[in-house]
Design a protein around this ligand. Structure first.
Ligand code: G6P
Length: 621
């Protein structure tokens, strides 16, 4: 009888409740690299903004840390806090004494953004750390200072989200999408507190994977046997690894960027990823399809200038028969496959010399390692070459003027002897400048004075790859990123990519890998590996990828030696291609760029957010 009554009461209640007015969902993306460029996650988030704004409009907001120097450039505050739940929540936080900022991120798409200044909270870090230990058994003893900052920011994000829920109404749908462990302590807290917000956690790598792969051979063979706890202790990253693991376990939806990293997640997080969210870019395609080919020629000419200034002081060769290869990225010798690239280039050099092929390959290695300065000799050589150019321009002008006068005043239709038009001063000046420039020394393999030798310089030295005249492969190791203010290249990185012929990125550990994708969208062929997320993705997507201009080194199945052979063979075939085939291959690679545009790849994110909304209320752990 009692049961019946209860049921009746419930149904009456149900009938009396009016269907609530569900507002549109709100989406917040939260990351350490929002308005704060550290590495690739900044690129993911920033490039994705326009298509996120297109889908979510004013219901989309990014949340990140406040750093005055970056904020000054990329952030525009909204002076009068608007009536949106974001604005109201920030106002509330300010009233509570927090230093929270609300405005627009000055990037394409101009999204709303909340930046949280956690500086004032750093003095309480010990309390937060104690809470982390007490509530989640996360030990932060001896953790790096970044962990303190992450925890302080996490506390502010927790308050922000909780207050946001109050302001907007928890009955409404709210999705909080967290990227990386650096933003994830708040996720752990709101899930433990049962705050009814749908959560997505995306890890763009695993902390343990990055550390172990960089230090141990056979990472992939041993992967399934690693004990995350023991390894975290081994590498002194217990705090980071545990925050990451717990965030992964507690989120409604766990995602990563590739199948390759999904395997690591299973082992290190003890949870299978729900979805893979591949990385895209904002692809600009030109209305005139040949335009990107013209840009290749334009920027190749700029690289020619560098090469002349750098090498021709010692010896010269035919620049029209020269190919520019490059690799770039963070300085992780093994993970980025710099070791394999160097080994393959050594073999390529040998093959080219043996086969008597006269094409020259200049290999640029662009990364960042501590340096004192640019090598003054490298700068000097470049400066003297500029002097030669100016002298030549003066001579050209003098000849031009004299020739015009002579032609106008002469009846003889034949071309006069041009030598006569150059006076002694310019002849001598040119001769002297050339003489002071020319040297018997070998061209430098490194453009900067490194604070200390590294694996790259050691390798070049050991293998005698020191830019000898007879070498067909020359090396330019530039241990600093390229920027327009850098006097050696004086161009943007993207322009440099356009000017090259091939990007070489056969990584060993690479959850995604933007570098080869950056080549593809500019119509430049590239080498990747099947251990990189991008390589794995392209292999799943199409069969004839190498014909298209995306070469994949099979590092999953080949050992170092065999992989180096495969890469050397790929490079050799590329060198022996003729210009026409290169142009056609550039067209083919540029043609697939649209696949990677965020307008297409955003749908993966949409699915993750839908799934998180469906799982709202699901309690994990
Ligand atoms: C662009 C231009 C071509 C030029 C070529 C050089 O594609 O449109 O006219 O010949 O660059 O190609 P290469 O592969 O030799 O740098």
């Amino acid at each position: 009888m009692a049961t019946k009554a209860k049921l009746k009461k419930e149904s009456e209640e149900t009938i009396s409740i009016k269907p609530r007015e569900q507002k549109k969902p709100m989406l917040m993306e939260i990351a350490w690299e929002v308005c704060n460029q550290v590495g690739g996650i900044y690129t993911v988030i920033r490039s994705k903004v326009p298509s996120m704004v297109e889908e979510w409009g004013e219901n989309y907001c990014l949340v990140g840390p406040y750093f005055p120097n970056t904020a000054m450039i990329e952030f525009e505050p909204i002076a009068d806090l608007d009536e949106s739940p974001f604005g109201k929540t920030v106002k509330k936080m300010q009233e509570m004494g927090f230093d929270a900022h609300y405005g627009r991120w000055l990037v394409t798409g101009k999204p709303k953004i909340v930046l949280l200044d956690f500086k004032a909270l750093l003095k309480n870090t010990n309390d937060y750390k104690f809470k982390l230990w007490e509530r989640h058994q996360i030990s932060t003893l001896n953790a790096e200072p970044l962990v303190d900052q992450v925890i302080a920011l996490g506390e502010m994000i927790r308050v922000f989200l909780t207050e946001f829920g109050e302001t907007y109404g928890y009955k409404n749908d709210i999705v909080a999408h967290f990227h990386e462990w650096m933003a994830a302590t708040a996720l752990i807290d709101i899930r433990t507190d049962n705050v009814p917000i749908s959560t997505v956690f995306t890890t763009h790598a695993t902390m343990l994977g990055r550390y172990i792969a960089g230090n141990e051979a056979d990472f992939y063979e041993k992967l399934s046997g690693y004990d995350w706890d023991i390894e975290a202790k081994n590498y002194g990253i217990e705090a980071q690894a545990k925050i990451e693991r717990l965030a992964a376990q507690k989120s409604h939806v766990l995602t990563t960027v590739s199948d390759v990293t999904a395997k690591e997640c299973e082992v290190f997080f003890g949870r299978t990823c729900d979805l893979i969210l591949p990385n895209g870019l904002n692809v600009t395609r030109f209305a005139a399809t040949h335009e990107f080919q013209n840009l290749h020629m334009k920027y190749k000419e700029k690289i020619h200038q560098f090469v002349m200034g750098h090498f021709f002081q010692s010896y010269s060769w035919d620049l029209d028969n020269t190919l520019y290869f490059f690799t770039s990225g963070r300085y992780e010798f093994r993970n980025k496959g710099y070791d394999l690239t160097l080994e393959a280039l050594k073999r390529l050099n040998f093959k080219l010399v043996q086969a008597g092929i006269d094409t020259t390959v200049v290999m640029f290695i662009i990364t960042k390692n501590p340096v004192h300065s640019i090598d003054p000799e490298v700068l000097q050589s470049r400066a003297v070459m500029e002097e030669i150019r100016q002298t030549c321009e003066s001579i050209e002008k003098q000849i031009g003027e004299h020739l015009f006068h002579a032609s106008a005043s002469n009846d003889d239709p034949n071309l006069p002897d041009l030598n006569e038009f150059v006076d002694e001063y310019w002849r001598l000046r040119l001769r002297r400048t050339i003489q002071t420039w020319k040297t018997k020394k070998l061209p430098h393999t490194v453009t900067h004075l490194l604070k200390q030798p590294d694996d790259i310089t050691d390798y070049l030295k050991e293998t005698n790859l020191l830019n000898h005249e007879q070498d067909r492969v020359k090396f330019v190791y530039h241990p600093d990123f390229i920027s327009p203010t850098n006097p050696l290249f004086g161009m943007e990185y993207s322009q440099f990519v356009r000017g090259c012929h091939l990007g070489v990125f056969p990584s060993y550990y690479e959850p995604w890998g933007y570098t080869p994708l950056e080549c593809v969208v500019r119509g430049i062929p590239t080498v990747t590996s099947d251990l990189s997320g991008f390589g794995d993705f392209i292999m799943q997507l199409m069969k004839d990828y190498d014909n298209v201009g995306v070469y994949v080194v099979n590092r999953k199945t080949k050992n170092f030696d065999k992989a180096a052979d495969q890469l050397a063979e790929i490079l050799y075939k590329f060198v022996t291609m003729n210009r026409r085939d290169r142009i056609m291959q550039r067209n083919r690679v540029e043609n697939i760029s649209e696949i990677f545009d965020w307008t297409n790849l955003r749908s993966y994110y949409d699915t993750a957010h839908d799934l998180a909304l469906k799982r709202k209320g699901v309690t994990r752990m």
